[in-house]
Design a protein around this ligand. Sequence first.
Ligand code: NIG
Ligand code: ZN
Length: 411
Amino acid sequence: MITLFTHIKELIQVENSPKKMVVGKAMKQLPTIKNAYLLIEDATIIDFGEMTNLPPQKPDHCINLEGQIVLPTWCDSHTHIVFAGNRVQEFTDRIHGLTYKEIAERGGGILNSAKKLQQISEEELYQQSAQRLEEIMQLGTGAVEIKSGYGLTKEAEVKMLRVIKKLNKNYPITIKATFLAAHALPLAYKNDKKGYLNMVIQEILPAVAEENLAEFVDVFCEKGYFSVEDTELLLAAAKKYGLKPKIHVNQFHAIGGVQSGVKFKALSVDHLEEMRIKDIESLKNTQTMPVALPSCSYFLGIPYTPAREMIDAGLPLALASDYNPGSTPSGNMNFVVSTACIKMKMTPEEAINAATINGAYAMNLETSLGSICKGKKANFIVTKQIPSFEFIPYSFGNHQIESVYIEGKPI
Ligand SMILES: N=CN[C@@H](CCC(=O)O)C(=O)O
Ligand SMILES: [Zn+2]
């Protein structure tokens, strides 16, 4: 079926041939076409251009989008949306003065989520997670990465990853799975980190690979969680199974995780709230995408990733939500883009590049998503009637979405 969208006020993030990512100064450029048309066939973009150049067409459907803007759906490259219940109690504890670290040391935090997740059935976990997935699709997300890491036992990690696989099968949104058993040290291994890492490497990793449950591997490389040495041990083991690293680094402390990421050719290094000059230097001229998670900084009241410094130094940057029950109970990429502009001083052009094409790269999806390009998936957002694309981040806390198309169909 062929659908033609006409009189689009502005078609955002267009490209003639797919690029890998947008880097440094180039992030200020956001290619657009005013008064545009967009032609899709089933799930694929087949043409676009200026209305004045529209070739004669006999589409099955024709939709007039006068006054409305069209942009690619958000590519959210870092989430933990498969989780059980919530951690609202910790939210109020933090208001009363406890820190994220203190809560974790009391057995709250990731271990609290792991306990909840271990207790519920795969079906119940699927239902809760599907609800979150539907919610983010309505908010304009058309591709998402989801991590394990609230299981922390073989059974529960595999349960999480099977839920991710089932979501991928049942929903049109593109989903990538990441294996994150090294997210926290479970109570059963409280004084035996080596034992836990051995168990992850010898028992869980082969099971995950056997069922083909993940494409990426992640480690929470942080003081009090996993050291650089632990991280490298795990990345090396995962490499044997073909899992590419996407790792949590520099959230609270800069301990060398960025350098490990670069050394192991990580697809991305994520968080980066604490960046030293040498961390920025290490990322230059590499294939590793730095990923900022501004909603996490907002919710925890921790520093924002120094986006300005990083982009001005010539690095690319992607933006993602980090949707999870502890540090970011929100998967709203519209809010992420606004917050990046307001708090990190990214321009709207930079933020949109970061949340579309660079996010796609951080999931290995840049050839099929992240821009309006012939042959790419017809995943796009149609806005309400708004004055300009800058209005999207400007109107923070609201969203300007009228409809979301995933694989060519409105959802
Ligand atoms: N920092 C590690 N992992 C998650 C939070 C996990 C949690 O608190 O449940 C994050 O990316 O912020
Ligand atoms: Zn995370």
